[in-house]
Design a protein around this ligand. Structure first.
Ligand code: HEC
Ligand code: HEC
Ligand code: HEC
Ligand code: HEC
Ligand code: HEC
Ligand code: HEC
Ligand code: HEC
Length: 413
């Protein structure tokens, strides 16, 4: 394994040199299995799409399509836009004169800006971003350029709201959606070269929506082809299994998107499953310390400040089975804590005796309480302060206040 990755990194450096790519492609073709296909620069054509995985990995496929990862981006349609278009529920009022109304028209769904009742601008819902567990933002396509729309759906309050980070009293239609945004919310999006122009443009026909199989396993067209042509082969040579990576590479895969703000040093979509994050993002931000951590999107930073992480080989997948939607299954998650925290293995909870058998039901509310996110916060209608979504902290430790709350609510029941 280590040898393969050394080869891969060195090769990446030269991968822009066309001849080298051609030679490698030949190698791959001549000796299947000797070198993984991801040695080449990632291209749309190297992906098979998850529908192609379904024939051989049916169980995983069927569970995966219900995950928030899979649902994280999609072309907008009547079903997947979560907010209401009903009269009375379909507006966000900025101030006395300015309103944005969600409307269904013949050519699609729109966010229409009215000033004193007169239409001044509109943007079409072309893509939804967010499964809606917390909320959903919307992208409009203007030729090949993507912009985020002014109004976002906020799930906790079941309301339209001003998009996070947008000015409270101004309707903004021109905030560009970057390739990094799509790198975290989709599997692949192909950029169109725009020369010296700063603006990013995308080939809308070459987007793989959702965080799909091939985001975590690498582009899989060669795997599909090889396994189809060699149906008796039980050896998968052309696909990445994260459980066979080093601990760091395994963590890096999740940290690509769950590491908060990282400064990229290479173009988005260069990183693939099995790569080392530090080759794509600058070191100072990748290695976070406890003082710079936030609950939004930075589970990696939070976790790495926890003793569980520092004093064991814990990874994200010690607790998460990413093929399934396991939202709110706190008993299941608690069992995973108990894989380590049992008598004779790791330290057990100091409250074990007083809590009795019920402790097995829920370690989470006391040790990973929900906390307000600093970065996913929206302005609701007429509010002067933002409302934050609540996120599970991944800084695992005792929280005395939460313990008090937990015991108080238990004793009331
Ligand atoms: C024609 C059948 C077939 C198709 C289609 C297929 N696979 Fe596989 N896959 C296999 C076989 C056979 C194995 C090896 C045996 C096993 O692990 O089940 C395998 C193994 C794997 C593994 C484990 C590799 C390892 O090293 O342990 C992953 C991950 C995987 N496939 C992902 C995918 C993804 C993602 C797709 C769609 C892009 C896909 N497969 C499409 C047949 C297929
Ligand atoms: C391409 C970026 C990306 C990668 C890679 C990624 N995630 Fe995510 N993850 C997201 C985004 C974005 C969401 C929020 C999706 C939504 O609700 O729209 C999410 C949501 C989640 C959730 C909450 C939803 C749930 O299923 O409970 C968990 C847990 C999670 N990711 C774990 C992981 C783990 C573990 C890995 C590594 C094996 C990983 N993610 C890799 C981007 C990513
Ligand atoms: C968010 C990342 C992520 C996504 C998306 C994802 N997987 Fe996986 N997959 C993993 C991880 C991590 C493992 C290793 C699990 C472990 O540690 O045992 C894995 C393991 C596997 C394996 C090896 C056998 C097994 O069951 O563990 C197969 C096959 C597989 N995945 C297929 C798929 C297919 C097919 C899809 C899409 C329908 C998919 N995966 C989507 C992260 C992902
Ligand atoms: C560094 C990766 C990253 C980038 C960049 C990013 N996001 Fe996210 N986003 C996440 C993760 C991870 C989550 C899941 C919640 C969490 O962990 O904070 C999320 C959650 C969301 C949600 C809530 C989804 C839900 O219902 O759970 C929305 C909406 C969203 N992002 C929109 C966007 C938009 C729009 C952009 C770009 C303009 C963007 N994000 C950029 C990683 C990212
Ligand atoms: C892979 C093993 C592993 C898993 C899984 C695990 N932990 Fe830990 N945890 C540890 C180790 C090792 C320590 C450090 C013990 C020591 O100090 O000797 C620790 C420490 C702790 C501490 C004390 C932290 C402090 O700062 O004092 C708490 C609380 C804790 N774990 C709770 C949990 C909870 C809750 C879960 C599940 C959500 C969990 N752990 C899952 C290995 C694990
Ligand atoms: C009612 C809240 C509550 C629940 C439920 C709970 N804990 Fe704790 N836990 C605490 C508190 C508070 C402490 C710190 C006690 C102290 O330092 O006196 C603690 C301490 C710990 C420690 C550190 C022990 C040490 O010797 O330093 C571990 C490990 C731990 N808990 C794991 C767990 C696991 C695993 C579960 C679920 C099976 C769990 N806890 C359930 C509140 C809780
Ligand atoms: C010790 C166990 C444990 C580990 C390790 C762990 N998580 Fe979690 N994670 C949880 C629990 C428990 C929840 C809450 C699940 C729920 O409420 O549905 C959670 C929730 C999440 C969520 C949803 C956050 C929210 O508030 O909605 C994301 C995203 C996530 N984890 C990502 C990750 C990533 C990425 C890693 C690795 C850096 C990771 N987790 C490691 C236990 C763990």
């Amino acid at each position: 394994m280590t040898r393969f990755f050394k080869i891969r990194q060195t090769t990446l450096v030269f991968s822009t040199i066309l001849t080298c790519v051609i030679i490698l492609t030949k190698c791959v073709n001549n000796q299947p299995g000797e070198i993984k296909p991801t040695l080449q620069k990632t291209k749309f054509e190297m992906f098979a799409g998850s529908a192609a995985c379904a024939s051989c990995h049916k169980d995983i496929y069927e569970k995966h399509i219900n995950t928030e990862h899979f649902l994280s981006t999609a072309p907008a349609n009547e079903k997947n836009i979560l907010g209401s278009f009903k009269k009375g529920e379909n507006s966000f009022i900025y101030n006395d004169v300015s309103t944005v109304t969600m409307e269904k028209r013949d050519s699609g769904f729109y966010q229409v800006h009215y000033v004193n009742g007169k239409e001044v601008k509109k943007g079409r819902f072309d893509m939804v971003v967010g499964s809606g567990r917390k909320g959903q933002s919307y992208i409009s396509t203007i030729s090949n350029h993507f912009v985020q729309m002014p109004v976002t759906f906020f799930t906790a309050e079941n309301q339209w709201s001003n998009s996070p980070g947008y000015p409270a009293d101004k309707v903004v239609y021109n905030r560009p959606v970057t390739s990094r945004c799509l790198e975290c919310h989709s599997t692949y999006a192909e950029k169109i070269p725009t020369g010296n122009r700063q603006i990013e443009e995308f080939n809308t026909a070459k987007i793989i929506y959702g965080i799909d199989c091939e985001k975590c396993h690498g582009a899989g067209a060669m795997h599909v082809q090889f396994q189809s042509e060699n149906p008796t082969s039980k050896l998968a040579k052309f696909i990445v299994n994260p459980s066979k990576l080093s601990r760091q590479q395994n963590l890096d895969l999740c940290t690509l998107c769950h590491g908060g703000r990282l400064n990229k040093t290479r173009p988005s979509f260069s990183f693939q499953a099995g790569d080392t994050l530090l080759n794509y993002f600058s070191r100072d931000v990748v290695q976070m310390d406890a003082s710079s951590i936030d609950v939004h999107g930075n589970q990696a930073g939070m976790l790495s400040a926890s003793k569980c992480f520092q004093l064991s080989q814990l990874t994200c997948t010690s607790c998460h089975n990413t093929h399934e939607n396991e939202k709110d299954k706190l008993v299941l998650f608690s069992q995973r804590c108990l894989n380590c925290h049992t008598q004779g293995h790791q330290k057990t909870c100091k409250l074990s005796a007083s809590l009795g058998a019920s402790i097995k039901q829920n370690c989470i509310d006391c040790h990973m309480p929900k906390q307000p996110s600093r970065s996913i916060a929206v302005y609701l209608q007429g509010a002067s302060a933002p409302t934050s979504v609540l996120m599970r902290t991944h800084l695992i430790k005792p929280y005395p206040e939460e313990t008090k709350k937990f015991i108080d609510t238990k004793s009331k029941k």
